[in-house]
Design a protein around this ligand. Sequence first.
Ligand code: 4UW
Length: 541
Amino acid sequence: AAAGLYASTHPPVPLPADPGLSFVPHIFSRLPLGSAPPHSPPCLLDAATAASLSRADLRRLVSSLARGLRRAHNVRAGSVVLLVLPNSVAFPVAFLAVLAAGGVATTMNPSSSRAEIAERLRDTAPSLVLASPENAAKLPPSAAPVVLVPETFNPTPSAGHEFAPFRALLDSDADDFPSAEVGQEDAAAVLYSSGTSGRSKGVVLTHRNLIAMVELFVRFEASQYARPACDNVYLAALPMFHVYGLSLFAAGLLSLGSTVVVMRRFDVGEAVRAVHRYKVTHLPLVPPIMAALLRAKATGASSLDSLVQVSSGAAPLSGKLVQDFIKAFPHVDFIQGYGMTESTAVGTRGFNTSKHKKYASVGLLAPNMHAKIVDLETGLCLPPGSCGELWLHGPAIMKGYLNDEDTCTRNDGWLRTGDLAYFDSDGCLYIVGRLKDTIKYKGFQIAPADLEAVLVQHPEIVDVAVTSAEDEEAGEIPVAFVVRRSGSRLTCVQVMEYVAKQVSPYKKVRKVIFVEAIPKSAAGKVLRRLLKDSLRIDAAA
Ligand code: 4UW
């Protein structure tokens, strides 16, 4: 291997070569339909009502909805469909049906504001919107046609006629998907990320990226345990619109025959009850939820005996939290994983079933993936033990950003992660810090530039820069440094309320600091690092 090039330590996994293959036929071809109910485990299960879909139900619903979308809304190769949906058993059906029709699904946080939804409509120009009723109410009147999606497929007398158009799409009782119009190189999904700088932008993922995601991450991970994947029960406590939840609960796990228990929204008490009730074995989490679970345990909640594995990712995890967690749940295999929207969630995973338990590491590179650690000053590739920017290469790396599709081609297919990291001599990766602007609030991305764009619209704000401060509970919170117009008496609370009215709740500015000027480089670039450091000095003082 070339000096400084890290190849996966796992044997390569063969990926399907047929260029005409698309994602949905691929995952269903790998999906054991199993024995007749009630002996085959459900595929998707609603945690609140226990209503479930079998694998055969899922296949039938996806194919009939795909046909309905084709027939009634002309969804085909290249059509963009916007999903503004909370978690439900219907989310994976909607997502997979759009892809099966040949369309491109773009997802967004269901708590998004009207302004954020309007912006997404402008950016992606969808030909159809699939929304929950609360979200449909936030759409501008001139938007694309909207179909309301119910949270369940069991019609009850109270389920109103508002869902009749959706049910009509399910009319054709077909078991086969519409004729394929797309192949591996075509776009399948557009998820949003801020990349290393600037506003958040669409990450274009192809069918090939998603196939790689299932084979190199989800199926591969499940194969590491001496138990069949169809015995695994996952709790979907994370949102399906984000790559971490999407890759597992709305796509990958459905092709393994595992059961996905869907929580509509996260609540620690309900999560504990769901683990007991459904004998959940796998719990993918983010650090703030791990902390919440630990607090619940300390206040007398049970030991969660059924759990086999808990994984954490999407944000840094403190060493103390890991130690407390493994002490509280000694029977659980705890691992960290690392992934990105731009890598279709594929990156590294820990395998702590081996005798080498390295809880602080985010694990080993996924099969077929390559990495390098690039020195920030010299640009040279660094050996194990040396810290630099992590770059990734492989079949799961995005095609590019929307309207800038050759982002990675410019770097020979390499993705610059914007993360500061090193490998040890066993090939285990450690994330040390973040070079990029992204703020991670409870594992969710916030682009400082998105908040700055809102703030500069305020008539009494002449300049602004947003950065993050460390926060015990959320990991990080957005902080705005604001320069007021001279004579302005604008208060911190007013600034925070102004932003809160326009953005999704998780993006709220949670601290405001008034300054005389924003520090900038000679080229006019905001020196965010300086602002961040000033917060640390404040905290220490
Ligand atoms: N430690 C420190 C980590 C870590 C981390 C990510 O919102 P995105 O684009 O994507 C994600 C995806 C997370 C994920 C996917 C699949 C998976 O198995 C898994 O492991 C459990 C996690 O968060 O943000 C990507 C950025 O989030 C940071 C890092 O800065 C990265 O570039 N990040 N995982 N374990 N930081």
